[in-house]
Structure formats: C-alpha cells, structure tokens
Write a protein that binds this ligand. Structure first.
Ligand SMILES: [Zn+2]
Ligand SMILES: [Zn+2]
Length: 327
C-alpha cells in the first residue's frame, strides 16, 4: 500500500515536471529569438496651435566631436560628454521639420540625400511613413546650404519635391552658389560648394528657386530670422500659431552636451565663429526667456524641446511624448 502510493506520487511528479517543461517551452524559445536591431520609422508628430509639426529623421552619423570642435579644450569635451554617458564619436541626428499650416505644407531642411552615404538620406522614406508624399510639399525652406540640409532636395538629378518652391536666404545663396568663394574657404569645404550648386540646379532651371532678404514673413505664421555665423546666410525660422511658438534654429547647436555648458564652443565648419557664438548665445537666451519650443537640426531625434537657463549654462528639456496629438 505504502509502496503503491509512493510510486503513484512519483508518477504524478514526473507528469507535473513534463507539464511544466511543456508550459515553459514558448519562454525557452523566446530566449533564443534573434535580436532585431532596427528602429521604427523616424517621424514624430506634435501640434502647435492650429499647425501640425512632423519632425523627420534623415539618419544619424558618427560625429567626430574631438576633431571638429574649436574654442573648447579636449578635457572639457571629455568631461561634458561623460557627464551625459557619452564619448566621441557620438551619433549625431540629422532632423528636418514638416509644417502643415492648413493652407500650405512646408518642409524646413531636407537632410543629406546621398551626400553622407548609407547612414542618411532616409528623409523621403520617413516622409512617406508619416503619411505625406513629396508632391504635396508646397515650399522648402533651408536653414543653410550645407550638405546635410540641402542634399535631400534633389534625387537622381531631379527635384525631390517636384511641386515645391525652394526658399534660401540671399546671403547663403550668394556665398555657396559662387564657385569663386572656394578660394577663400578652407579646403575641407570645397565640395560643399559643388554640392550646393548641384542640389539647387533643378529648382533654378524650373524657376522654382526664390531667395529672401533678412527677417521676412515667408507665409502667414512663419518668419525668417537671420542668424549668421555658422554660414554667412544661416537662417532660423519662427513658427507661430495661436500664441504657440516653435523656433527651428538649424545649426545653432551641433553637440548639446558641450555647447549648452559652453556656448563659446564652436565647430570648424562655422564660417565666422565669433558671429556663430553671438547668435548661439542670443537664441539660447531668447528660447529660454520666451519658453519657445525649439526644433534643432542636430539634437537627438526628434530634436524638439525647450531650453532652461541656469546661471551660466543651459539645459535641454525634450518635449513630453504624446500619442496621437490633437485627437
Ligand atoms: Zn551646417
Ligand atoms: Zn548641419
């Protein structure tokens, strides 16, 4: 009797063990799942009063901070990066911003297209993923004519936005579209002139290239703001709807962890570092004081956030994530 009960218990234990293994099999199988290692489509949406804003990611690329930053010591670079858990080279985002004002669809900056290689040139795919077609874009405004902002306007030698008018500041067009200026520019910028000329060519040919002078209202709710220094005609854009404001500031900041601590820190791409520093301080102060949302070309995607002023430094406060805005 005792033996029989013992062996029955043993059989039941085996059965329980078998059932447990069977139940655990899906979990064991999950543990061996291959890693995916990709992100979702690179767009982020928010409302700004009546305007819909879509941040679009063109890609990220390894930014050799320790080599390209000037007016800041190697020790400061290392200290500021490590405080944020980073070290050079840091992946830098290339962001663009699509503004649907209602009557018009406006794209500010266009990413690098094919000019930066495989890392980038994903803007059109992300535009599609965000629910828009390139044919719907009415106007493209560029902050400046560097490769990572202008490269996406053309595709296989044609206009990537076939119905758009391209708007660029007079000062940047005069500088980058004049090949003779190559002579006085640093050697590493030489190909930037060629790229700018090739990128805008289809728009000039189609008579869809229109420059603007300083500080103009380009469409109701969007005003250009001359912020020279990074390039001679570098332009920021103030977007306003229903007393909400977004400042799309282009390349005012390249590396937030360093330049928010020390706005004097510049990059060797800055055409006029003292002017770049002056406008960096001006726009940081303005954004903090007015509590603007900032749209930044090179702060981690989506590059939308606010600036908080400390005594001598600034903090970046990313916008709070919202699902399906305005619904
Ligand atoms: Zn630039
Ligand atoms: Zn840039």
């Amino acid at each position: 009797m005792h033996t029989e009960s013992y062996s029955r218990t043993r059989v039941m234990n085996f059965r329980a063990l078998f059932l447990w293994i069977f139940a655990m099999m899906p979990l064991l199988a999950n543990a061996a799942a291959p890693q995916v290692r990709t992100q979702g489509p690179g767009f982020y949406r928010m409302m700004l009063g009546d305007f819909e804003i879509t941040a679009l990611l063109d890609g990220t690329h390894p930014f050799p901070i320790d080599k390209v930053m000037i007016d800041v010591s190697k020790e400061e670079i290392e200290r500021d990066l490590s405080r944020d858990g980073l070290k050079a080279p840091v992946q830098g985002s290339i962001n663009a911003f699509l503004i649907n004002t209602g009557p018009k669809l406006i794209l500010i900056d266009t990413g690098a297209g094919t000019l930066y290689g495989d890392c980038c040139g994903h803007l059109l795919a992300n535009l599609h993923a965000a629910g828009y077609q390139p044919e719907q874009v009415d106007e493209v405004y560029l902050t400046h004519l560097h490769k990572d902002h202008v490269g996406g306007i053309f595709l296989d030698g044609k206009m990537a936005f076939p119905n758009a008018v391209l708007r660029v500041s007079e000062a940047d067009a005069d500088y980058w579209l004049t090949p003779a200026n190559k002579k006085s520019a640093p050697e590493f910028l030489s190909t930037f002139f060629d790229s700018a000329i090739a990128s805008v060519a289809p728009y000039i040919k189609a008579e869809r290239f229109k420059t603007f002078s300083k500080n103009q209202q380009l469409t109701p709710g969007i005003t250009s703001m001359a912020t020279p220094g990074h390039t001679p005609g570098h332009t920021s854009y103030l977007i306003e709807s229903q007393s909400n404001a977004l400042l799309v500031w282009g390349d005012i900041i390249h590396v937030a962890p360093i330049q928010l601590q020390n706005p004097k820190a510049s990059v060797e791409y800055d055409n006029n570092p003292p002017s770049a520093q002056r406008f960096r301080r001006k726009l940081l102060g303005l954004a903090a004081q007015k509590h603007y949302i900032v749209g930044a070309a090179h702060i981690a995607f989506p590059g939308l956030g606010r600036i908080r002023r400390n005594k001598h430094t600034y903090d970046w406060i990313p916008v709070n994530y919202e699902g399906d805005p305005g619904k």
